[in-house]
Design a protein around this ligand. Structure first.
Ligand code: MD6
Ligand code: FE
Length: 205
């Protein structure tokens, strides 16, 4: 099958030295805004990834209030740290959108973590793409179409890879089926970071 035009995969976008610098920047973010355990709306079932954010807004989820963007960390109640410059440069280079990202969601996957098939649909402006960066161990990614049961394409995302969901793929279902432990030495502890840059509000609104 063919994947829609708005899906772009940029393997090896970040070279190894740039990946190391990016991980250092993410560790600084986490020192200020610790990874927390997100929970699904209504059921309160804990997700297997650990989350935090940087940017003026962060995506959060908990049992009581569900999926949303907010300006402060749900545990520390402090504003999120700034988005690292290398990620703002990435957005400028690949997003094709005239305003900067407002949120960068940071997901940490241990070897057992996964991410069920979902759409990123809590933003106000779907004209902006979502841009993702993988760091650390490889993971098996799937992307389908706007319907949950549309046919899916699977691919391995490796450290340094960038994926863009824009245009007709902006609301495509996607997720992480499984981690491939021991495939990268970037993170001493193993596992994987996935960073997703988002524009949440319409510029000028
Ligand atoms: C992941 N990625 O790679 C999960 N979302 O761990 C995403 O959920 C994602 O890769 C929006 C755009 C690109 C993505
Ligand atoms: Fe997503």
């Amino acid at each position: 099958m063919s994947i829609s035009q708005g899906f772009r995969s940029l393997p090896g976008y970040f070279e190894p030295a740039a990946q190391i610098r990016l991980v250092e920047a993410i560790r600084c973010v986490i020192a200020d805004a610790p990874l927390y355990v997100p929970a699904m709306p209504k059921t309160g079932k804990q997700m297997s990834v650990r989350m935090t954010n940087c940017g003026s807004l962060g995506w959060v989820t908990d049992k009581e209030r569900g999926y949303r963007y907010q300006a402060v960390h749900p545990v520390t109640e402090r504003p999120w740290p700034a988005i690292p410059c290398a990620l703002l440069d990435l957005w400028s280079g690949v997003a094709g959108y005239p305003a900067p990202p407002e949120a960068c969601l940071i997901n940490y996957y241990s070897h057992a973590a996964r991410m069920g098939s979902h759409r990123d649909a809590d933003e106000q402006d779907f004209a902006a793409p979502v841009v993702s960066v993988s760091l650390g161990d490889d993971a098996v990614f799937h992307v389908g179409g706007p319907g949950r049961n549309d046919p899916k394409t699977r691919m391995t995302l490796r450290s340094g890879d960038v994926v863009v969901l824009g245009g007709d793929a902006r609301l495509a279902y996607h997720g992480i089926d499984k981690m491939l432990p021991g495939t990268s030495s970037l993170l001493g502890e193993g596992g994987r970071f996935n960073l997703t840059l988002r524009r949440v509000t319409k510029p000028g609104s």
